[in-house]
Design a protein around this ligand. Structure first.
Ligand SMILES: Nc1ncnc2c1ncn2[C@@H]1O[C@H](COP(=O)(O)OP(=O)(O)O)[C@@H](O)[C@H]1O
Ligand SMILES: [Mg+2]
Length: 230
């Protein structure tokens, strides 16, 4: 479905990612790794915000290595960046509506689904996004991405800065969205323990290279942490 081969990327003269190869099917693939490991660089390269330098990315059988970001969103890939993922001066409803610019189903139908998944957003639909709590803001960012009716969702550290209670709620929502919509999700996270609870497979990055790729079930924290520190 989504096929990454020998991917490399970076910024200016600095190479950050090297030789990453993996496929993503109908699953939650967690991308774990310490701060600075390259998770954000990977997701932004997959979303084409950072250009592909080496290797290739194929989506639904077609090479998209040189396809621009806006074209990818039309083709069913939604990206939620780690920061700056909502428009603070627009209302919750307006932020969500922006997601409906791609896709074909009626906006109202999609809004109803997102509000059903995140009742807190429904309660706050006329509030500005900037007035939401951190957790609500992340729900809004994920909700807006879901408004695009994506088949692949790229989520960059949605739990960053959230209290444990919010992390639980948000992860439950993400797992539920995946099941009900039957989509693929690539979830970059630092919060390994929580992520293992909802991930199907785990990819560990360290210094921009892949150090582990295996099913989440049965993966011990010991083995996981060893991959972090290579
Ligand atoms: N815009 C940038 N320009 C130069 N280097 C960057 C930029 N963004 C990130 N980096 C560097 O890339 C490396 C990986 O960062 P990042 O992808 O943000 O990691 P993570 O998301 O895992 O914390 C770090 O060494 C970081 O300093
Ligand atoms: Mg990051």
């Amino acid at each position: 479905m989504f096929d990454v081969q020998n991917l490399g990327s970076g910024y200016g003269d600095v190479q950050i990612l090297s030789d990453l190869s993996f496929e993503v099917g109908n699953e939650i693939l967690a991308v774990l790794g310490a701060n600075g490991a390259g998770k954000t660089t990977l997701l932004s390269t997959l979303a084409k915000v950072v250009p592909v330098r080496e290797g290739s990315i194929a989506w639904q059988g077609q090479d998209v290595s040189a396809t621009p970001a806006y074209e990818l969103s039309k083709r069913g890939i939604a990206y939620v960046p780690q920061e700056g993922n909502v428009f603070p001066n627009l209302s919750v409803a307006e932020n969500l509506s922006l997601g409906a610019l791609v896709g074909t189903r009626s906006k109202q139908e999609r809004l109803d689904e997102v509000y059903a998944l995140f009742p807190r957003l429904a309660e706050r639909k006329d509030q500005t996004a900037g007035s939401l709590s951190g957790g609500e803001g992340q729900m809004l960012a994920v909700g807006r991405a879901l408004m695009q009716d994506p088949q692949l969702l790229l989520l960059d550290e949605p739990s960053a800065g959230l209290s444990p209670l919010y992390v639980d709620i948000l992860f439950e929502n993400i797992a539920q969205a995946r099941k009900s919509r039957n989509i693929s999700i690539i979830l970059a996270e630092q919060n390994a323990k929580k992520t293992l609870e909802i991930a199907d497979r785990v990819l560990v990055l360290s210094l921009g290279r892949m150090h582990l790729l295996e099913p989440a079930k049965g993966l011990s924290m010991k083995r996981l942490m060893k991959a972090y520190h290579i």
